[in-house]
Design a protein around this ligand. Structure first.
Ligand code: APR
Length: 237
């Protein structure tokens, strides 16, 4: 990385790779979720309209896998960095698990939503939700049996985009961790950050589709790369 002295505001983008060592499947690694399920059947707005039971069942299955998963050293390292970094810091995660929060991070935006929330399509209410949804439980707010996972499906608009671009405009450093760079708009954040003058760093198991946009790319498991990088940041270089 370039001049560490000039880094005050950091934006960190994370993807499924940061949770891989916690035992949560990624999407596009060998054996990943999209090798076993067709996203057109279970993860698009059209799929939800066409066969809601199938989509609700898919997300019930994925939500259920979270119970015995725990933050790994990468999540804890970002939690510590969030707590101790003197400047601005924002974690923009594509992940719908809660491991960043359980790893101690506070400044987290879930641009693809959260497994552990439900959204009511009747009253727009949002509520914490750990149970199933395919059995069509009643919305606690309005009583309608119209709850869905509060996750952003393909074809829907990601959450918090205004806040994300506001943070990118102020960023001195943009770090991408554990994402394949396959899905926009997240995959385009590095170009925006570079165009706005930020330094850029990628921490990933293998080169992502956007690796060439990064000034520096470190390859390896997040549980090793992230604590090392966070330590560098907190020790000033
Ligand atoms: N440490 C670091 N990186 C890892 C590790 C690890 N232990 N294991 C895997 N990776 C990397 C892979 O090399 C890959 O580049 O994490 C990346 C995971 O890529 P994807 O499976 O495509 O996940 P992600 O980039 O988060 O997907 C983006 O696509 O399907 C949608 O909404 C879904 O949010 C998701 C989005």
């Amino acid at each position: 990385m370039g001049d560490m002295g000039k880094i005050r505001n950091i934006v960190i983008l994370t993807g499924a790779g940061i949770s891989a060592e916690s035992g949560i499947d990624t999407f596009r690694s060998p054996g990943g979720i999209w090798e076993r399920f067709d996203p057109d059947e279970v993860a698009t707005a059209e799929a939800f309209a066409r066969d809601p039971d199938k989509l609700l069942g898919f997300y019930d299955m994925r939500r259920g896998t979270l119970d015995d998963k725990h933050p790994n050293p990468a999540h804890h390292a970002l939690g510590r960095l969030d707590a101790e970094w003197p400047g601005e810091l924002l974690i923009v995660t594509q992940n719908v698990d809660d491991l960043h929060e359980r790893g101690g991070a506070r400044r987290v935006l879930h641009m693809h939503g959260e497994h552990l929330n439900a959204l009511c399509t009747a009253c727009d209410g949002r509520m914490p939700w750990r149970a199933t949804l395919a059995d069509r439980p009643a919305c606690p707010d309005c009583g309608e049996r119209a709850l869905r996972p509060d996750v952003v499906l393909f074809g829907e608009v990601p959450y918090h985009m205004d806040a994300i671009f506001a943070a990118l405009r102020q960023a001195d450093l943009f770090v991408s961790i554990g994402t394949s760079g396959a899905v926009y708009p997240a995959a385009g954040f590095v170009q925006t950050a570079r165009d706005l003058g930020a330094q850029t760093l990628e921490l990933n198991l293998e080169p992502s589709e956007g690796s060439t946009w990064f000034e520096e790319s470190r390859l390896g498991p997040a549980s090793e790369l992230v604590p090392a990088w966070a330590g560098e940041m907190l020790s000033g270089g």
